[in-house]
Design a protein around this ligand. Structure first.
Ligand SMILES: *Cc1c(COP(=O)(O)O)cnc(C)c1O
Length: 226
């Protein structure tokens, strides 16, 4: 498996999807999801020019962050957040995508070291309404967003979602469209959000069609996870 080649193929897919929808490809950032993969693979992707990496499992991530003190590398925490882990997350990452409770956002902000820039966060929305999934409902979102936007130590950047798998492009686009509309509504109510974190290996084209600004791609770069 050639990580550099696969990375390039994913970049081409981003470009093609962006162009198809009259978007500038540079407005779609590729987040390489390296969860469960070794530091050596992150290094290969970095050497090929990739800078943003996403991790779900804190211990696994910390080992890689420590092993790879590389210039310009940016770490995103995209996993479930336990409240007793917020300090470690606030100290070691620049982005957190899965915030769905005020208490977690408060802790992240309070524990963010003051010499670092505010922690960028996205609110996770449960866009497909499955009760098993993390994230707030679209109904709960406006209130939570207004409260998080006022907190010190964090900068609310936008929304993230991880919808249920859908088989065709039209079905895939629906939750992403809802997320975009929710972001637009929040901005109309006075917030200033610029990030839609949506789209994975299987549905990134649909997400880009609906305005994704960050796509989170694991499998199609690093291969299937064991
Ligand atoms: C694992 C994961 C991804 C990447 O999924 P792939 O299908 O491997 O591209 C994206 N987002 C989140 C939140 C994940 O947990």
């Amino acid at each position: 498996m050639e990580i550099a080649t696969q990375l390039q193929q994913v970049e081409r897919r981003i470009e093609a999807a962006a162009q198809q929808h009259q978007r500038n490809p540079t407005t779609v950032q590729l987040l390489a999801v390296s969860k469960t993969k070794p530091a050596s693979m992150v290094q290969v992707a970095y050497d090929a020019g990739q800078r943003h990496f996403g991790e779900n499992y804190l211990q696994d991530a910390l080992e890689k962050i420590e092993a790879l003190p590389l210039k310009g590398i940016v770490w995103h925490f995209i996993g479930a957040i336990q409240s007793n882990k917020t300090r470690t997350i606030a100290e070691n990452f620049d982005w957190v995508h899965g915030v769905d409770r005020l208490k977690i956002a408060q802790r992240l902000g309070a524990q963010r070291p003051t010499e670092q820039k505010p922690l960028n966060i996205c609110i996770q929305v449960n866009s497909s309404g499955e009760s098993s999934k993390a994230g707030v409902t679209f109904e709960e979102l406006p209130n939570l967003a207004q409260q998080i936007a006022k907190l010190p130590g964090v900068q609310l950047r936008g929304l993230m979602t991880l919808p249920a798998p859908a088989s065709n492009l039209q079905q895939q686009r629906r939750p992403f469209q809802q997320l975009r509309e929710a972001l637009e509504a929040l901005n109309q109510s006075g917030l200033n959000l610029d990030t839609l974190s949506m789209g994975m290996s299987g549905d990134m084209e649909a997400a880009i069609a609906e305005g994704a600004t960050i796509v989170r791609i694991g499998t199609d770069i690093f291969g299937a996870r064991g």
